[in-house]
Design a protein around this ligand. Structure first.
Ligand code: X5A
Ligand code: ZN
Length: 703
């Protein structure tokens, strides 16, 4: 008798995926039919796509439910709840628009109150069902969105903070469901400022937000979106921000943030449920986001989360403004939750160099709270340089819902559902992981390329005489006229302490002791003020020679504050345009273009207003495009007259190289030292002996 065939493995029970859609949340719209990115068509477009793709019918259909006031009150003030619930009533007909204008990026109509209460209630509804095990996971298609809404304030298209309300509901109202730890993943392209604030002291909720920050200039443009905000008191370490420095981030950048920040922490945190603040405005084609996550990318990010909290995932819609992009992306996510197997095409793109640096900064900030983040990251990761300003402004992906975007998406959006069982996903996933084994070991030479794009076609005519006439392209004039209206204090600690030497950087030419001339700034006007101070930073002399001063070290300030140190700075009040021109000249970014003596300036500033904002919060900025230059680090030394005091020095990594001997520490040449001494004496800071002692002591002390 033949051996009985082995019993087939029991089929895995199909996951029960809740899908909440309700036309009543389309009632919130602009009062007079004005166009707005956050409009009812968003929900309808997603719903149509899910039905057309046969996905909706595979889910458990759910209807919206109103949130009870007492649940909303766990997050919002009584007065805010009252206003949001009454704003649609007759009594506000005359004042509704005026009230809306008091908020930042908010509109109201007669349907707003109902939609807002349903959005909050709907996320409670699905979260409860997932927590109770009635559903494996769920998607709540809600609007208005929620993550910008604060305790007492509507903002950023958000009226109630739907996800925060649901999280509090699970933690405070339903101990019976056993949810003690919640992970909130906010992948909307904007910072989840409201959610961050609500759980800032609360270790029960790990809040993770990855968003465009752009040095503090991207909406909502509050400094608290930076990676330095990690939570407070018991909540310290339970708030994680991954702040991108620019647009164009896509699948690989997000995957890197997942693999090297979110997932390792999540594994340790071990959440009981995951709520996703699922905005899709980081999607390719979004008119507001300027990023480029593909539907496949979202599917992969979500797949990686499914390994935690027993797959209990609740997705709540936040932003996302390209109808096709959001429909395709939600559809891809729904398929993931339904258990469809994907092929993930290994990403062709490398993460940005800035991505790697941001991830490293985040890990560094959090490593004491999460020791798992203190491991060393792979070193020879292949990275690409940040997008150039013109790439960032390229219209192709900021045009709402245009045909070419549709085409672009068609090539990447088709989610390849293949009927394979078992380990196919994990195998593909491991290919995506950014670790040593799987990454090609080649470093694209980022610096020369970066310099290449910085140094564009801006021609400056160099007359034979010391005073230079300049012609600067329209492109660069745009930033120049902008920055010529902002003043800063430039703090010098080296040869620029001597006025005549400093003026060469402004007016062009050279003075005593200098062997080569400067080309100067476009704006040759004199500083509006001069002032001396001391700062708690170590002065050191390093590097072995310079074209201008010959053999010998030049001055650097250790970027690290050290209260045992006292270094002299001579501050000049100049425009931000002039500051950039000095920075260019210090870093030798101004190039002589051949025999006719034309001078080529970079076409974009290194320090613009968003960088200033960033520096004032973070105290320093390492200028990525000139990372291997000597003075790539701009430090913020405080304020004077309400203007920032800025200086330029080496990055902290160079200090390490000085310490290790990889870079030489060297005393200054005689002419260079004489210039510094002259500066200190003529500036009436020290007498000749005192000045010489100060320089010699700094040179002798080393690090
Ligand atoms: C939920 C969301 C964006 C607000 C942008 C305001 N809000 N300019 O994506
Ligand atoms: Zn958003």
């Amino acid at each position: 008798m033949a051996a009985p065939a082995p019993a087939p493995a029991p089929p895995m029970a199909a996951p029960r995926v809740g899908l909440l859609y309700d036309d009543r949340m389309c009632a919130h719209a602009t009062p007079d039919g004005e166009e707005h990115p956050e409009n009812p068509e968003r929900l309808r477009a997603i719903w149509r796509k899910l039905n057309a793709a046969g996905v909706a019918s595979r889910c458990v259909a759910l209807k919206a439910k109103e949130a009870e006031d007492k649940y909303i009150a766990s997050v919002h003030s009584t007065s805010h709840i009252k206003l949001m619930k009454e704003i649609s009533s007759k009594k506000y007909d005359a004042s509704r628009n005026k009230i809306a204008r008091k908020f930042n990026s908010i509109y109201f109509n007669k349907g707003s109150s109902e939609s807002a209460v349903l959005a909050a209630g709907s996320v409670i509804e699905v979260a409860e069902k997932v927590a109770a095990g009635e559903l494996s996971s769920a998607i709540a298609l809600v609007r208005p969105p929620g993550h910008h809404a604060e305790h007492d304030e509507a903002m950023g298209f958000c009226l109630f903070n739907n996800v925060a309300v649901a999280a509090n509901y699970l933690l405070n109202e339903r101990p019976d469901l056993g949810i003690k730890k919640i992970l909130i993943v906010d992948w909307d392209v904007h910072h989840g400022n409201g959610t961050q604030k609500m759980f800032y002291n609360d270790p029960r909720v790990l809040f993770f937000s990855v968003h465009r920050f752009d040095y503090g200039s991207f909406y909502p443009a509050e400094g608290d979106a930076s990676h330095c905000f990690i939570g407070e008191e018991a909540g310290k370490g339970y708030n994680i921000n991954v702040p991108w420095e620019h647009g164009k981030c896509g699948d690989t950048d997000y995957i890197a943030a997942w693999d090297h920040v979110l997932l390792p922490v999540t594994k340790v945190f071990d959440p009981d449920i995951i709520l996703v603040s699922a905005g899709f405005d980081a999607a390719l084609g979004d008119p507001l986001g300027g990023c480029c996550i593909t539907p496949n990318g979202y599917a992969l990010l979500l797949t990686k989360l499914l390994g935690f909290a027993q797959g209990r995932i609740v997705m709540a819609l936040e932003g996302g403004y390209n109808l096709r992009s959001i429909a395709n992306s939600v559809c891809a996510c729904a398929k993931v939750l339904l258990g469809d197997k994907f092929t993930f095409n290994a990403p062709e793109m490398q993460p940005f160099e800035s991505t790697w640096r941001v991830i490293q900064a985040v890990r560094n900030e959090l490593k004491t709270c999460w020791p798992v983040l203190s491991s060393k990251l792979p070193e020879n990761v292949s990275l690409r340089i940040r997008p150039s300003p013109s790439e960032l402004n390229a219209p192709s992906d900021s045009e709402s819902d245009s045909e070419d975007v549709a085409e672009l998406l068609a090539t990447v959006a088709s989610v390849n559902v293949i009927e394979v069982a078992g380990d196919a996903i994990s195998e593909h996933l491991s290919k995506m992981k950014l670790d040593d084994d799987n990454l090609s070991v080649k470093t694209t030479s980022s610096c020369s390329a970066a310099e290449q794009h910085l140094v564009d076609s801006v021609k400056v005519q160099n007359n034979a005489s010391v005073v230079l006439t300049k012609r600067i392209s329209d492109l660069s004039l745009a930033w120049r006229s902008d920055l010529s209206r902002t003043d800063v204090w430039y703090a010098s600690f080296g040869s620029n302490m001597w006025g005549p030497r400093f003026l060469c950087y402004v007016q062009g030419g050279k003075t005593e002791g200098m062997s080569i001339a400067c080309c100067g700034s476009r704006d040759t006007s004199s500083p509006k003020g001069t002032m001396w101070k001391t700062v708690p930073h170590r002065l050191l002399f390093g590097r072995s020679s310079t074209p201008c001063w010959g053999t010998g070290g030049v001055a650097f300030l250790n970027p690290e504050i050290n209260y045992n140190e006292k270094s002299y700075i001579c501050m000049y009040k100049i425009t931000l345009e002039q500051f950039n021109d000095i920075l260019f000249q210090e870093n030798r970014l101004v190039l002589e273009d051949g025999k006719d003596g034309n001078v080529v300036y970079p076409d974009s500033p290194l320090i613009g207003s968003s960088e200033i904002k960033f520096i004032s919060i973070n105290k320093a900025i390492h200028l990525e495009p000139i990372k291997d230059s000597w003075y790539s680090n701009v430090l913020y030394l405080g304020n004077e007259d309400e203007l920032p005091i800025l200086t330029m020095t080496c990055p902290a990594s160079d200090i390490e190289r000085f310490k290790s001997g990889e870079l030489p520490l060297a005393p200054p040449s005689e002419t260079y030292a004489a210039t510094l001494i002259r500066g200190l004496v003529e500036g009436k800071q020290l007498d000749a002996d005192g000045a010489a002692n100060y320089i010699n002591a700094a040179a002798a002390k080393g690090l």
